[in-house]
Write a protein that binds this ligand. Structure first.
Ligand code: F6P
Length: 319
């Protein structure tokens, strides 16, 4: 059996570890693996190389993706998707593993629906914005990076009795902000899923200062507001000194954490087992600590729900 493998959309720490797991499992089962460069863009241009055991040596610890990645506009129209499917057919590739986020899964889903290509989706995005899985690859590393940065900010904010407004990524999903906020002890998080009220923010800060706090951390999700925008609104309502930090693409790099490496190993292994069993197009994920798979079309169509219980937890314990 010949299979293709690509990484698509924004990169995420753990993608390399997943590539390794896919390639090694496929070789274990005697499959031929083609590593496609630059995501769907490379597929359309027929840019691929056969991979062997050694192609994936020394990458488990590296962020980024050795296959490189791209956001491919051509996949948004049928002509582009037709080209992608015809390259697979010409090469005799029977299954395609796609490591990426929501947009990449939509590309895989269309190849399945329109051209009957067997695709397996591995959720690789720092955003954690796919409902069918509790965690996506890269989310844990990104949040741990943020925690380290907030730890450092806390030192200097405390010395100067300032408020730190820290902007994190996540597109339209507040999970990175929610988990960063809880795990770093931020007093306030601002997420796209919940409207914020500046009076309430100021009331919480005042209360914390009266109880003896010298500084505050506010984590803002990029999908809700920019750090600059939020800080300028805050400055209109308080006299506290405010400083902003936008963490940006630092969140997308770095050596993956244990949690992401474990997910990568299991997701990659499962993806190939599914292709071998010819289960049709599936998305691999994790639910309640168990590796799961489900129809890729259903997976893409599920709407991400925000964890209000965790949000309330933060409200109760951070002050
Ligand atoms: O989807 C991952 C992500 O990092 C988002 O959190 C962010 O909004 C976006 O990608 C940034 O995209 P780019 O790397 O193209 O600037």
């Amino acid at each position: 059996m010949k299979i293709g493998l690509l990484t698509s959309g924004g990169d995420a720490p753990g993608m390399n570890a997943a590539i390794r797991a896919v390639v090694r499992t496929a070789l274990y089962y005697g499959m031929e693996v083609f590593g496609i460069e630059r995501g769907f863009a490379g597929l359309i241009e027929d840019k691929m190389q056969p991979m062997n055991m050694r192609s994936v040596s020394e990458i488990i610890n590296r962020g980024g993706t050795m296959l490189r990645t791209a956001r491919c506009c051509e996949m948004l129209d049928k002509e582009g998707r037709k080209k992608a499917a015809s390259v697979l057919e010409k090469r005799g590739i029977e299954g395609l593993v796609v490591i990426g986020g929501d947009g990449s899964f939509r590309g895989a889903k269309s190849l399945t629906e329109e051209f009957g290509v067997s695709t397996i989706g591995i959720p690789g995005t720092i955003d954690n914005d796919l409902e069918y899985t509790d965690y996506t690859l890269g989310f844990d590393t990104a949040v741990n990076t943020n925690i380290n940065i907030v730890n450092m900010l806390r030192d200097t904010m405390n010395s100067h009795e300032r408020i730190s407004v820290v902007e994190v990524m996540g597109r339209s999903c507040g999970d990175i902000a929610l988990f960063t906020g809880i795990a770093s002890g931020a007093e306030i998080i601002i997420v796209p899923e919940i409207r914020y009220d500046m009076e309430d923010v100021v009331m919480r800060i005042d209360r914390s200062r009266k109880s003896g706090k010298h500084s505050n951390i506010i984590v803002v999700a990029e999908g809700a507001c920019s750090a600059e925008e939020f800080a300028s609104q805050l400055k209109e309502s308080t006299d506290y000194a405010v400083r902003t930090t936008t963490i940006g693409h630092i969140q997308r790099g770095g050596s993956p954490t244990m949690a992401d490496r474990m997910l990568a190993a299991q997701f990659g292994n499962k993806a190939i087992r599914l292709l071998k069993e010819k289960t049709g197009s599936r998305a691999v994920g994790i639910k309640r600590n168990k590796i799961i798979d489900m129809d890729i079309i259903e997976a893409v169509e599920m709407k991400k729900r925000f964890n209000y219980e965790l949000y309330e937890t933060l409200q109760m314990i951070s002050m």
